[in-house]
Design a protein around this ligand. Sequence first.
Ligand code: HEM
Length: 546
Amino acid sequence: MSPTAPVVDAAQSQSLFQTAYIPWLVAGYAAYVLLYRAVLYPRFFSPLRNVPGPPLGNPLLGHYLTIVTSESCIPHREWAKAHGAIVRMMGIFGKERLMFLSPEALQQMLVKDWLDYPRPQFMRDVLGLVAGYGLLTITGDEHKQLRKAMNPAFSITNLMAQTEMYYEPIEGLIEIMKAQIKAELTPAAGKIFTMYDWMGKVTLDIICDTAFGYKTDSLHNPHNELAVAFEQLLELQSGPNLAKLVAILSLPFSATLATSEWMYRHRWIIGRLPVIHSFERLVDSMYRIRGISAAMLRAKTADLSVAPDDTSTKKDIMSLLVRARKADLDADPRADAMTDTAMVDQVLTFLAAGHETTATGLSWTLWLLANDPESQRKLREEVTPVYAANPRPDYRTLKSLTWLNCVVNESLRVLPPVPLTIRAAQKTDYVEGVLVPKGTVITIPIRAINTWKEVWGPDAEEFHPARWLALPAAYNPAFSHFSFIAGPHGCIGKAMALVEMKAVLVALITNFEFAPAYAGQVAHPATAITMKPEDSMPLRVSRVVS
Ligand code: HEM
């Protein structure tokens, strides 16, 4: 043995000693960070510590579990009642969140300084994956340009021309429901229909026709490829699935991978993994939806009838985009025109944003009418003569129906299809005198804003369509009924959704009576991006006896 050997041994054992301590040091540091971030910071150091709000809750999970296991936006509404229009809540690992209800705060964050309050990155990642990388995911100048390019598709002129396209699916729905009631042993007693499923089919057929000029006819053909893929995608929409998706998308390159050809061919790998195995269906449905959309785009681009100046024949959104791109390239062949992939993404956004929201709105309207026979009777009285004169009422006629307008507004107010949304502060700012640190996630509690007693009075949470005939003094047209929010990111499809809901309701209410499916039936709004009814809304439907 060399004389230096004992020295080396001592050095080795010292380094081994140090290595053994590394996990303890890491664990100690993590515990300190956790203790500081989750316990000490929010209680003693945060600039938000004096903002009113519920008790801080579990240090690791904050109010997360309360929010995802409760009916959408109900905890937020209760906190607003208890603490006022500015509330501090806790996310996971001590992440503070703020919630604002007042028109002044909403105006600042969503209208005046909207560029400083974009949708948070995790929200954009999820929306991009399931709804295409379009208006819902981009912000700033890119958003301004795209929104400008899209606005003509939602102009009143285009909407007036489009309304006619809604009636083929609506008439199909009425015929199917009549036939199914007639086939019952006692037709006079009606039949129970799960109305959300039927509203999903009719709105899918309408949006596919208006977005792509493509006839899905899911009402008669439940195996239509696009309808099946969409149904599969929507089944995955739940609070826990969204949480898993956010976690997965936080991994680098995961979004690109999820939409890749490779992932589609190897999706079975996901199916064999624990916890996330259901996302195999997500990859499958997204791939198929994108494939069908791309094929439709190719067909349209090749379609010689889509001439740049042809506005009389094709009213669907994709044709408008193809025409706009052609016009740009004709004017300047080197123009920076939208790519095929970008066009497919835009149309997918409309398909995703415009289908389930409207189906949810219609289902809740029927539920509320089923539980308010007098409002339903009044609506039938108003719409029956209109339908008798013309079973395809046009845009202007639908807009002119007073009670129908009250019913639709009131339903969207009390049960908004999108119950809340979120934003993230891009810079440290003051909102209503509260210091909002950069990075703070802000909740816009749509359902709580819509039913705020300070504006709507003590019966704010109840369905009373007549309130739209005499609005309260505190009503603010832009910020008191916030179902479509406001500002540059406000819903581009608002006018379309309203006229579509009205067209469906005129036909349904003229032909059928709606009642709860059974005594004591209770509604179950799901906790997800949209507030769809968890049980698909069974209602007893009978023919109107004239
Ligand atoms: C009752 C039905 C509907 C409701 C309640 C609704 C509600 C909303 C809400 C609350 C937002 C804002 C989301 C956020 O910023 O976080 C939004 C955005 C959007 N909606 Fe709707 N929507 C409906 C129907 C439609 C329809 C029919 C379409 C299109 C065909 C559509 C297309 C969009 C698009 C593209 C955006 C993103 C706008 C942007 O950021 O520029 N929506 N919608």
